[in-house]
Design a protein around this ligand. Structure first.
Ligand SMILES: C[S@@+](CC[C@H](N)C(=O)[O-])C[C@H]1O[C@@H](n2cnc3c(N)ncnc32)[C@H](O)[C@@H]1O
Length: 233
């Protein structure tokens, strides 16, 4: 089990850090580099305590911030990452988009599995910094893309991956439309989800079901299953 503190990173790691997440920043002190429970081949900078981390980052910037979703490996993301690593043919040699990437876990798994090019997209600037940091920690190249792509169709990606994106009604609505457009233009669309309330499971087919325990965010401690689902165009 890797459980190094983030401050143990060498100077070589520092150029990839964003100004938001420098080794001296309060937020960075609250992260640890750890093995991902369901994907132990990979490691991520995860929050020691997401609530404390958020409070420290807010104190640092002097204002409210969204929850640091990028500092947890969500159950749905872990499921897709596991699936991609176990079925590298899904992404090998292809252009992959990980939408709402958070830590970049899914994107990193795709890069390790042999994708030709991987883009990890998120709207949270801290997530972008975390994606760069985590890609570097795993020795892969991922293009961290900031912005809201959900009104598009995935910009030519041949595979679109989405981990744990159906956690609110408004996000689920926009995400489903986005993924449907991507699937309609021919992209393969895979979603990881532990069965959240807003998962549109009637529109998808389960391709893998995993029994899991104690993985992801603290509030997900009760989760016992995580699924990978395919959306067809
Ligand atoms: C629950 S986290 C999942 C992160 C990651 N996929 C995983 O499974 O660990 C959801 C992520 O969606 C991002 N997000 C929310 N709205 C978004 C949007 N419109 N476009 C891109 N990302 C978005 C959040 O910033 C957050 O990082």
């Amino acid at each position: 089990m890797i459980n190094r503190t983030a401050s143990a990173l060498t100077n070589d790691d520092r150029p990839v850090l964003d100004p938001f997440l420098t080794p001296d920043a309060a937020g960075f002190d609250g992260l640890r580099l750890a093995e991902v429970p369901f994907v132990p081949e990979l490691c991520l900078h995860l929050a020691e305590d997401a609530i404390v981390l958020r409070a420290r980052l807010e104190a640092e910037v002097g204002g409210a911030l969204p929850p640091p979703f990028w500092a947890d490996a969500w159950a749905g993301g872990q499921a897709v990452a596991r699936y991609v690593l176990d079925h590298p043919d899904v992404v090998a040699g292809l252009r992959v988009l990980d939408v709402a990437a958070g830590s970049g876990l899914v994107a990193i798994a795709a890069a390790v599995a042999g994708a030709a090019a991987v883009t990890a997209n998120d709207i949270d600037p801290y997530a972008l910094a975390a994606i760069r940091l985590n890609a570097h920690a795993n020795g892969v190249t991922v293009d961290a893309n900031r912005g809201d792509l959900l009104d598009g169709d995935g910009d030519g990606a041949e595979v679109v991956l989405a981990g744990d994106v159906f956690y609110s009604e408004s996000m689920a609505e926009r995400m489903l439309s986005f993924l449907q457009r991507a699937a309609k233009r021919g992209a393969r669309v895979l979603v990881g989800d532990p069965g959240r309330a807003y998962l549109p499971h009637d529109r998808m087919e389960v391709v893998a079901s995993y029994q899991v325990s104690m993985m992801g965010a603290a509030e997900d401690a009760q989760i016992r299953h995580a699924y990978v689902l395919e959306l067809f165009g």
